[in-house]
Design a protein around this ligand. Structure first.
Ligand SMILES: Nc1nc2c(c(=O)[nH]1)N(C=O)[C@@H](CNc1ccc(C(=O)N[C@@H](CCC(=O)O)C(=O)O)cc1)CN2
Ligand SMILES: Nc1nc2c(ncn2[C@@H]2O[C@H](COP(=O)(O)OP(=O)(O)OP(=O)(O)O)[C@@H](O)[C@H]2O)c(=O)[nH]1
Ligand SMILES: [K+]
Length: 460
């Protein structure tokens, strides 16, 4: 796939019936094909109202064609867009006609992400921007859209590039004095190398913080509701979702399988998973469900351990402690657990939303304490509270930033008195820079491009 030069074609709009359907073609030289399709010269970058005909001269569609001449196009190649009526059968015919007439030039159906890949390879966008396009399309909340749009405009890339630039300046300084080893201490002091490194590290740390927020915005949070049967997990899911997505009954063991629902809390996508109540059971179906509960807990970003202090049967303190320790063992590393007491409406005296042990009290039934719970959830998953200036980010970006930070830490150690090695100092700077370069695609491991672009949707 990666670097073929043949012209490619794909449906750019979603498959299915719609008002309009857009077919997009990109290639090194599309004018002959355009001529063959319409028998007419197209004005570049302008809507041309034309009739497309089949081999027999019968009209297939009256459409708008836009021709972009290389390099002034999305991909940097010639691009021809056919904005047709949006019928699936019609679009199929148009596609067939194009493939027929483009045969001599080797026109082929595009692979997922191939248009964006070409835009990247032709330096129209960098890798972080290409990823932002996919994230824009996949965005799960309005805040995620804004974050992806910022990245697409280059906000993230610019920050990365200016960091790379500062490291470059520092490297130039260091490398120019490498040949005079006896002056290392003096050099470090005169050039304020340590101060400059600290400044770079502070910037990187701010960028990592922002990227963590951006990862939350892009991927959302896997929030698992766990606990004994009948404590009100399904009721809480319904309350958070604002609709009856899970079955609620007074019968313990109602939920037999995971029920998932995606919502947003303050613009943060939350994938809430209601699980089968955890208890020993001889019921085979229930046991299977409980197995899945444990799987969900093992893949959570946050677990709410829900309890029902109004019920004597489920609140035997030892049982709760036992269940809690099982949950703690099943959690992924660093995943927080939030203990929440449900059914506060049954507890007689007016209950405040939080007791002295910081345990939250809520009522899934009345809605009491739900707002406080939502705030607590955001706090625990590390959401900074503001969407201003947030960009979307991926695991890949976070990993690169983490590795860059490690290298800067190391380079700082090689600038410490008693341990100075300018050579290693410079080498670690270079390694940090390489990691940052991977984010924008300046420097890439071999198989990465294919991996990233193949996850794009078709026609993008
Ligand atoms: N119909 C249509 N709508 C679309 C796209 C498309 O390809 N087709 N896009 C596709 O994702 C996005 C728009 N992205 C685009 C990015 C650059 C250029 C372009 O022509 N760039 C030239 C000229 C720039 C200029 O004149 O300012 C260039 O970069 O040289 C076009 C679309 C969203 N909407
Ligand atoms: N009074 C009161 N009853 C509640 C509250 N939340 C849930 N219930 C009741 O508790 C019972 C069990 O609720 P569910 O939501 O099915 O509990 P669950 O934890 O999902 O149960 P399992 O599916 O058995 O694991 C139902 O009768 C609910 O109406 C609450 O906040 N107050
Ligand atoms: K129940």
């Amino acid at each position: 796939m990666m670097t073929r030069k043949l012209p490619i074609i794909a449906l750019a709009t979603a498959p299915g019936k719609a008002g309009i359907g857009v077919i997009r073609i990109s290639g090194p030289q599309l004018l002959p094909m355009a001529k063959a399709l319409f028998n007419k010269a197209l004005t570049p970058r302008q809507a041309n109202l034309l009739t497309l005909r089949d081999a027999q001269g019968e009209s297939i569609d009256q459409l708008l064609a836009i021709y972009f001449a290389a390099p002034a196009s999305f991909t940097g190649e010639d691009v021809l867009e056919l904005q047709c009526h949006g019928g699936p059968q019609l679009l199929e015919l148009v596609m067939k006609r194009c493939l027929e007439l483009g045969k001599d030039q080797g026109l082929v159906i595009a692979e997922p992400g191939e248009f964006s890949l070409r835009a990247y390879l032709n330096n129209k966008i960098d890798l972080a921007q290409a990823e932002a396009i996919a994230d824009l399309i996949d965005a799960q909340s309005a805040a995620a859209v804004r974050g992806a749009a910022r990245s697409l405009q280059g906000a993230f890339s610019n920050d990365i590039n200016s960091l790379i630039e500062e490291i470059t300046q520092l490297r130039i300084l260091v490398e120019s004095t490498l040949d005079f080893p006896e002056e290392e201490i003096e050099f470090l002091e005169n050039a304020q190398a340590r101060e400059r490194l600290s400044a770079v590290m502070r910037k990187l740390s701010a960028l990592r913080e922002g990227a963590k927020q951006g990862k939350i915005l892009r991927d959302g949070i896997q929030l698992v509701l766990a606990g004994a049967p009948n404590v009100g997990k399904s009721s809480l899911l319904n309350r958070l979702a604002g609709e009856e997505v899970a079955i609620v009954t007074p019968i313990a063991g109602t939920t037999r399988d995971r029920v998932k629902e995606s919502i947003t809390i303050s613009g943060v996508p939350m994938h809430i998973i209601d699980t089968a109540g955890l208890r020993a059971t001889s019921d085979l179906v229930e046991a299977k469900g409980i197995e899945r509960s444990w799987e969900a807990i093992g893949a959570a970003d946050l677990v709410i351990f829900l309890q029902d202090p109004s019920s004597s049967e489920t609140t035997a303190a030892t049982e709760i402690l036992e269940l809690k320790s099982q949950i703690l063992k099943a959690l992924p590393p660093k995943c927080p657990v939030l203990e929440v007491n449900n059914k506060s409406d049954l507890l007689g005296n007016p209950i405040s939303a939080q007791d002295e042990n910081q345990t939250l009290f809520i009522s899934a039934k009345t809605g009491q304490g739900i707002e406080a719970l939502k705030q607590k959830i955001l706090e625990l998953v590390g959401w900074g509270g503001s969407q201003d200036g947030v960009i979307v980010a991926r695991r890949r970006h976070l990993d690169c930033l983490d590795r860059a930070a490690k290298h800067l830490d190391q380079s700082q150690q090689f600038a410490a008195n008693g341990n100075i090695s300018l050579e290693l100092f410079a080498e670690e700077l270079r390694l940090a820079q390489d990691q940052l370069g991977q984010i924008t695609g300046k420097l890439l491991p071999d198989d990465l491009l294919g991996k990233i672009f193949s996850q794009f949707c078709i026609g993008k």
